[in-house]
Design a protein around this ligand. Structure first.
Ligand code: SF4
Ligand code: SF4
Length: 258
């Protein structure tokens, strides 16, 4: 039997890539190299629960593909994990403390399309106003330069939600590109990156799963770009998600003493 015949037969039996059954199978078998097995198994199980719940709710194949591609489940799963984990003891984080919003890296962090659109929607109405860069040249444009509060707080991405520290002084040092112990990301960020990577592997050949640079999308929004222009401007190279996940996994394993 030719490959085309096999594809037709699989589609007719409901197992093709373009069917709900086919998509579930792709999520069940997707592999994310370098991810510790317990993390991969747990994240996959939660992603499959999202999938099954979506099907029970009557969401269409197209809707589920769109949500997976835009990173809605990755963000939702990590948000629940953050909430269930509660606030770790001893954190120095407080309103107006914003050294962590000085973005010393390349682009402020990897975010999904769902998060990029949410950040854009929160900031676009503020176009033309003074932003965080009036306080510090490398500050996130979402920051209020006077109060140092995030002007997109309810719509801030997972990297902002999961980054915490036991020492504001250490964060200040990091903002000056000095090494310091204290800041780090919670495990929910690992779950988020692995869930989005699983979605990307499962959707290969079906839909593009992009990631975006947080500071670039914020900058584009406050500079008055349209949403399409902002997304184009901030879109990452496809390798960025893998690179970010590998960096995060190394940190996760080193925190466990491996
Ligand atoms: S991560 Fe650091 S800079 Fe950010 S709120 Fe917490 S202590 Fe302050
Ligand atoms: S989005 Fe908000 S919390 Fe995140 S870096 Fe920017 S100002 Fe800080």
């Amino acid at each position: 039997m030719s490959r085309a015949d096999r594809r037709r037969q699989a589609k007719a039996s409901g197992r093709g890539a373009g069917t709900l059954d086919g998509l579930r199978k792709a999520l069940e078998t997707a592999s994310v190299p370098g991810t510790p097995k317990p993390v991969l198994d747990r994240t996959r199980a939660i992603l499959l629960t999202y999938f099954d719940t979506s099907v029970m709710q009557g969401k269409s194949y197209t809707q589920i593909v769109k949500e997976l591609a835009e990173g809605l489940p990755a963000t939702g799963i990590a948000a629940v994990e953050l909430q269930q984990g509660g606030t770790p003891p001893g954190l120095a984080c407080a309103a107006g403390c914003a050294f962590c919003c000085i973005l010393t890296g390349d682009d402020g962090g990897t975010i999904t399309e769902h998060e990029a659109k949410a950040l854009y929607t929160a900031l676009a109405p503020l176009a033309g106003q003074s932003d965080g860069r009036s306080w510090h040249p490398k500050a996130c444009p979402s920051l209020d330069p006077e109060t140092r509060a995030c002007r997109a707080y309810e719509r801030r991405p997972m990297i902002c939600r999961s980054y915490v520290s036991v020492s504001a002084q250490a964060c200040e040092k990091v903002s000056m590109e000095q090494d310091a112990d204290g800041p780090g990301v919670l495990a929910a960020q690992t779950t988020y990156l692995v869930a989005h990577s699983l979605a990307r592997v499962a959707l290969k050949g079906i839909a593009k799963v992009n990631t975006f640079g947080m500071s670039e999308i914020a900058q584009a929004a406050v500079e008055g770009d349209s949403e399409a222009e902002a997304l184009k401007r901030a879109r990452h190279n496809p390798r960025s998600l893998d690179d970010e996940r590998k960096r995060n996994t190394e940190g996760y394993l080193s925190a466990l003493g491996h």
